[in-house]
Design a protein around this ligand. Structure first.
Ligand SMILES: Nc1ncnc2c1ncn2[C@@H]1O[C@H](COP(=O)(O)OP(=O)(O)O)[C@@H](O)[C@H]1O
Ligand SMILES: [Mg+2]
Length: 388
């Protein structure tokens, strides 16, 4: 047996006949294996609870829990362990029964040691193969979920943009009419009207609601390319400066420190500055919101192959694990009615997908949150970003 197995294979031999067990263990040791030994089913299960094993060589005929029952219990509790049964040469039916119960294979006693070593080796290969299969399965499931999430968000995005467009026109009319009504109610002729104040209050409520509805439609339309916006060279550092300018007041109020770790050469992409600014604005305002006084935001860029990676890290409240999968969904917010719409990250996701980029997030509650943007150094303009 080669070194590869010697170090990694965890083997347990279970047999009530001490002499036989020891001899086999000794012979296996000579071939580089160091089996742990157990004298019966109960001891075997006890050992497995404490120490993980890859392969168990199990005698079928034992006092106490029988070999077949031990096998079933092993398979029930430790699915991944492969079991090789040792049966008496007149009890082949035990072996067949064992295979049905999940044994890897069976050998009849007396065993030929090289044959046993080979079987152990094959069983170990099987555990590794299954492990790889499991990993691949998990990877595929994760990838599929990500694809479904992206597709779902994209189709909601298209629909919501349409709705936002449709709602903008009636909103403008309501707003204009509310303004006109306010003007009429405030005129001197209405000074004697007893319900004047109640009417004004009503109009103010309408105006406040229009403001909220507008905030939502504007956010939803934020990723739609403006006719005047053209693809050009975008200097991320300059754009970040500009965006911070828009958040100046909050940054000053909270005395937030900004750490610039931006590589002069590795912060330039060919893309849509208008859309990227929407992204930065959303990410930075979220970071500022998450911070308490004297918190900090660290900005860094680097280059990986054809992409520029921009990291925006804040030392704010963090995002609980159970929310990490929801933050890109439309209308998911943990903020109050006045503070949040839950559309910022939804729009960010939409823009980044349009620009052929990627966005990832990692966070530790109470410590930090890091949004990682990956943008291609060159993005071709596509149909997605044609003006609407
Ligand atoms: N930097 C951050 N730190 C902590 N939580 C964040 C951060 N960014 C986003 N979140 C969480 O994600 C939610 C959704 O964000 P967003 O889509 O921008 O909507 P909104 O800011 O209107 O709530 C926020 O309500 C907040 O719970
Ligand atoms: Mg936000």
């Amino acid at each position: 047996m080669n070194k590869h197995y010697d170090n990694k294979l965890r083997l347990l031999i279970v047999d009530d006949e001490e002499g036989f067990r020891r001899t086999i263990a000794k012979r296996l040791a000579k071939r580089g294996l160091k089996p742990v030994q157990a004298s019966g089913g109960e001891e075997c299960l006890g050992i497995l609870k404490q120490n993980p094993m890859d392969v168990v060589v199990l005698d079928v005929k034992m006092p106490g829990i029988s070999g077949i029952d031990t096998l079933r219990l092993i398979k029930q509790e430790f699915e991944k362990i492969q079991v090789i049964l040792l049966t008496g040469n007149v009890a082949v039916s035990d072996g067949i029964e064992g295979i049905k119960s999940g044994a890897f294979d069976y050998l009849t006693k007396p065993v030929e040691i090289d044959h046993l070593v080979n079987k152990i080796k094959q069983a170990f290969e099987m555990t590794r193969l299954e492990e790889e299969k499991q990993k691949e399965f998990e990877y595929r499931a994760k990838l599929e979920k990500k694809m479904i999430d992206t597709e779902r968000l994209a189709s909601i995005g298209t629909m919501s943009t349409g709705i936002a467009h449709e709602i903008n026109n009636p909103l403008a009319i309501i707003n204009e009419s509310a303004g006109f009504m306010k003007q009429v109610v405030s005129s001197p002729e209405m000074s004697m009207f007893s319900q004047k104040d109640a009417l004004l209050m009503g109009i103010e409520k309408i105006e406040k609601s229009i403001k909220r509805a507008r905030k939502i439609t504007h956010q939803l339309l934020g990723h739609v390319k403006k006719p005047e916006s053209k693809f050009s060279e975008v200097n991320l550092k300059a754009l970040l400066y500009e965006t911070f300018g828009l958040l100046k007041r909050e940054i000053k109020n909270k005395q937030i420190n900004i750490n610039w770790e931006i590589d002069k050469k590795k912060n330039i992409v060919w893309s849509d500055p208008y859309q990227i600014q929407q992204v930065l604005m959303n990410l930075l305002s979220n970071a500022v919101h998450a911070l308490s006084e004297n918190g900090s935001i660290t900005l860094s860029t680097r280059e990986i192959y054809e992409d520029i990676i921009l990291e925006i890290k804040d030392t704010g409240i963090g995002i609980p694990k159970e929310n990490l999968g929801k933050i890109f969904d439309p209308f998911f917010t943990t903020k109050s009615f006045d503070e949040g719409t839950g559309l910022g990250l939804f729009v960010v996701h939409k823009i980044i997908s349009n620009l052929n980029g990627k966005i990832d997030v990692s966070s530790t509650v109470g410590e930090c949150t890091c949004f990682q943007l990956s943008l291609p150094k060159y993005t071709n303009q596509t149909d997605n970003d044609t003006p609407r």
